[in-house]
Each structure stands twice: as C-alpha cells, then as structure tokens.
Design a protein around this ligand. Structure first.
Ligand code: PGA
Length: 251
C-alpha cells in the first residue's frame, strides 16, 4: 500500500550519545499522523535506536546496507538474516555512495534485494543519475535502466514490498535540490515504467521517495507533487526540529 514516508539517512554520523538524543527527539516529537518515519541508522546503533522508538507505531528503523551473500567469511559485514533476526524491518539498498565508493553494481544489488526479501526485510531501493547524465538530457532513460537491471527481475509480489528512492547524485549533500517539477517528472516516469512491467496495481501501490538536499524549507513543495510520496533525507535528518518539520510537511 502506497504510504507517505519521511526517511532519515544518518550515514556515518553521530556518536552513541548523539544517536540516542536524536532518536529520542524524534520519538518524543509531534509527528504527522499521515506518514511513516524511518530512521536509517549506523548498524552499531540499530538495536538501541529500535528500543528507543519501538513503542511508536509510526516510527521504524532501517539498516543502511546489507551484504549480498547469505553468510560466511566476509569479515566486518552484516547479513540480511542478521538484521531480520533483531527485528529490523527496512534496509537501504543501492545508495549512490555504496555504488560509487564500494563498487556496487546491478548484479550485487539484485542479490541484496533478493536476500533482503527472503528475510522479510523491506528494501528502500535507491537510484539516480549523475550530473553529466542530467545535463545530457538522458536522465529518465538512465534511471529507468537502473530499475530494469535490478528491480525488474523481481516478481510482482516482491515488488509490492519495495520502496523506491529517487536521488539525483548532483543533489545529494550539495545543497542543490531538484525542483519539485524535476522530481515529479522522474517519479511519474518511474511509476509508468513500473506499471508497464508489473501492472497498474503494483505501480500505484508503490511509495517513491525523493532524496537530495531535502530540508524543512523545501519539503512541502516537493512532497506536494502527485508522484512524490515522501523523502529520503541525509543532512537535514540529523537535527531533531528540522527533521520533525520535514515529517510534518505532508498535506
Ligand atoms: P542529503 O542526502 O539530504 O544530505 O542530500 C540524501 C541521501 O543521500 O540520502
């Protein structure tokens, strides 16, 4: 079922005390009843943040990544099964920082998606084009291809457990946000491509989030667009008041 979602991606930020303060601030704050809040926190804090927000039925915890193998000799890695076994519900897959700095391509991302779904995690699948592709005007084809190479290999049933996050790379952490019209153009195109592949019910039921320099000052405008169902928020999710304002930006 399509839902409004404000997801915070803390990335590699916050020491333990800062993480707890942030989670408590969100748990205790006033939140829009029309939306879900998801906190993608560093793995080390998953259990603790889960304990802090667990009593709130509209706040969930996500991992920022999981490994593409089931288990084994992968020192330092965390598996989908491990996340599931501690009650985590969501996992980010395919964030552009993982694609760029950890060389995660389509085959690895497809394996991660399948493992996550096998272990009953709900993937938040990130996609988005770099600046040169945006400038060339081929951005829609580029992002649709990212979906075709991964999500489109799943079944329609699996697809109903996916959230998509469109994050143009040129807008991540740069202070430059896509305009709400640019976001809507892409979201509409992605939804149409999902409808072509899986049918209208799957496409209409899917939450598609926008990410890239979302803040309280622009969230209302971006979230007001028909095919934008919320945001994946980096920097602005690290401040309680700012993120609560974003959570409360749904009409
Ligand atoms: P940003 O990050 O909001 O800091 O641009 C978004 C993201 O990478 O998910």
């Amino acid at each position: 079922m399509r839902k409004n979602i404000a997801a915070g991606n803390w990335k590699m930020n916050c020491d333990f005390n800062e993480a707890i303060d942030l989670a408590e601030g969100i748990a205790e704050g006033k939140r829009n009843e029309k939306s879900l809040t998801i906190l993608a926190v560093p793995s080390l804090y998953l259990n603790k943040v889960q304990a802090v927000v667990g009593a709130e039925d509209d706040v969930f915890v996500a991992a920022q990544n999981c490994h593409h193998m089931e288990s084994g000799a992968y020192t330092g890695e965390i598996s989908a099964k491990m996340l599931s076994s501690i009650g985590i519900r969501y996992v980010l897959i395919g964030h552009s920082e993982r694609r760029e700095y950890f060389n995660e391509g389509s085959a690895i991302l497809e394996a991660k998606l399948r493992l996550a779904l096998d272990h009953r995690l709900l993937p938040i699948y990130c996609c988005g084009e770099p600046l040169d592709v945006r400038k060339s005007g081929n951005h829609v084809a580029y992002v649709v291809k990212q979906l075709e190479e991964t999500l489109f290999k799943l079944s329609a049933d699996d697809m109903s457990n996916i959230i998509v996050a469109y994050e143009p790379i040129w807008a991540i952490g740069t202070g430059e946000t896509a305009s709400s019209e640019q976001a809507q153009e892409m979201h509409q195109a992605l939804r149409a491509s999902i409808a072509d592949r899986f049918g209208n019910d799957v496409a209409e039921g899917m939450s598609i989030l926008y990410g890239g320099s979302v803040k309280a000052a622009n969230a209302k405008d971006i979230f007001s667009k028909k095919d934008v169902d919320g945001g994946l928020v980096g920097g602005a999710s690290l401040k309680v008041d700012e993120f609560l304002n974003i959570i409360n930006s749904f009409e």
